[in-house]
Design a protein around this ligand. Structure first.
Ligand SMILES: [Zn+2]
Length: 204
């Protein structure tokens, strides 16, 4: 008989959360408010310097934004997750760094909450320290680019309840999700009010 149990994890607004996954489990990442961007990273719990890599993932799938059926790979070109569902229009970003202290300093808001600090705080809570910040998978972030390479910043096109599902392909993974605290531009929606999100871990 199949085990279809679920674990629910609420992701607080403006903060990062570490979530452990085992091979075969699926993480469902739900945009409960509809327009919240989620910066996501993933690490191999056996070796945190082995992490999900956007540049390797773009190469592996020959696509800038991965879609259902594509594989998220690590910085050694090994599969970590398969994208098994995406109920949103599929608009996400793999090109941009997370927001950081430096970005908000440049905008005239030093000390602002930021996804980079959220990542490292969430890792510290599970006693992991790395001296670098991998490129995030910015789920639901809408930064379209033109044929001449110009990038613009737009509100998300996702709707409340949209979700993406990743199936874990490695024995022990650690996923970090930061509910982006950007409230100075409409990247988290035109209300510019960062929200929380929700995850489900599904055993199948
Ligand atoms: Zn952010």
């Amino acid at each position: 008989m199949k085990d279809m149990s679920e674990i629910v994890i609420d992701l607080p607004a403006r903060r990062g959360t570490a979530i452990a996954l085992r091979e075969g489990q699926t993480i469902r990442i739900v945009n409960i408010h509809g327009s919240q961007v989620l910066d996501c990273w993933a690490f191999n719990r056996d070796d945190p310097f082995c992490c999900m890599s956007m540049e390797h993932t773009r190469s592996y799938n020959s696509r800038i934004v991965p879609r259902v059926g594509d594989i998220l790979v690590d910085n050694r070109y090994k599969p970590m997750f398969e994208i098994v569902a995406d109920t949103s229009p599929g608009v996400h970003d793999t090109l941009m760094c997370s927001c950081s202290a430096g970005i908000y300093e440049r905008m005239g808001h030093p000390g602002h909450d930021n996804c980079e600090d959220n990542l490292h705080r969430a890792l510290a809570e599970v006693e992991i320290s790395i001296g670098f910040t991998p490129s995030p998978f910015n789920i639901f972030m809408n930064y379209p680019f033109s044929a001449d390479g110009e990038i613009t910043r737009e509100p998300p096109v996702s709707k409340p309840g949209d979700h993406v599902d990743w199936k874990c392909l490695i024995s022990e993974a650690l996923v970090i999700i930061s509910c982006c605290p950007q409230d100075l531009t409409p990247i988290n929606g035109i209300s510019m009010a960062p929200q929380g999100a929700r995850c489900f871990i599904i055993n199948q």
